[in-house]
Write a protein that binds this ligand. Structure first.
Ligand code: ZN
Length: 150
């Protein structure tokens, strides 16, 4: 069932880097920094779930018929764990279904002899599992534990 990757998100600016995490995990996610009314409008038009830390915005979204998730805390693993629990987002990295952390475009995997690369056909960026990958894996493992907890 593809880990429910059909869900699309609209991430409030206050949640900063969560948008990149969702993209790495393969979720179509846009970042929003601006007017609340327009944010809700965009979510309606594009069928996106709003992620926010702002209770007022959360209540307003729900009132407008937009699905929203109220997030608390600043810890990335905790936020991802909560989304895993509430929205059933997958915390498994899928090399064939991952998006550009910068521009949200689907990445193409290029298998190499020494290492695989992921290339964005939109912005041209290339990615590989460098030193930072250990850190990404660690946070995802932490998130899985949190997701299982409650
Ligand atoms: Zn890109």
């Amino acid at each position: 069932m593809n880990g429910n990757r059909g869900q699309r998100f609209l991430v409030d600016a206050m949640l900063g880097n969560i948008v990149s995490w969702l993209r790495i995990l393969g979720y179509d996610s846009e970042y929003w920094d601006g007017d609340d009314g327009k944010l809700v409008q965009k979510a309606l038009e594009e069928d996106r779930i709003i992620l926010t830390k702002d209770r007022e915005l959360y209540v307003y979204s729900m009132r407008c018929g937009v699905q929203a998730v109220l997030i608390d805390g600043n810890n990335t693993a905790q936020i991802l764990g909560a989304l895993n629990r509430k929205n059933k987002i997958s915390l498994e990295f899928d090399p064939e279904n991952t998006r550009c952390p910068t521009c949200n475009h689907l990445l193409r995997r290029n298998k190499g002899v020494f290492r695989d690369e992921w290339i964005c056909s939109n912005c041209g960026k290339r990615y590989w599992m460098g030193r930072h990958w250990k850190n990404i894996t660690r946070i995802l493992e932490e998130a899985k534990k949190i997701g299982r907890r409650s």
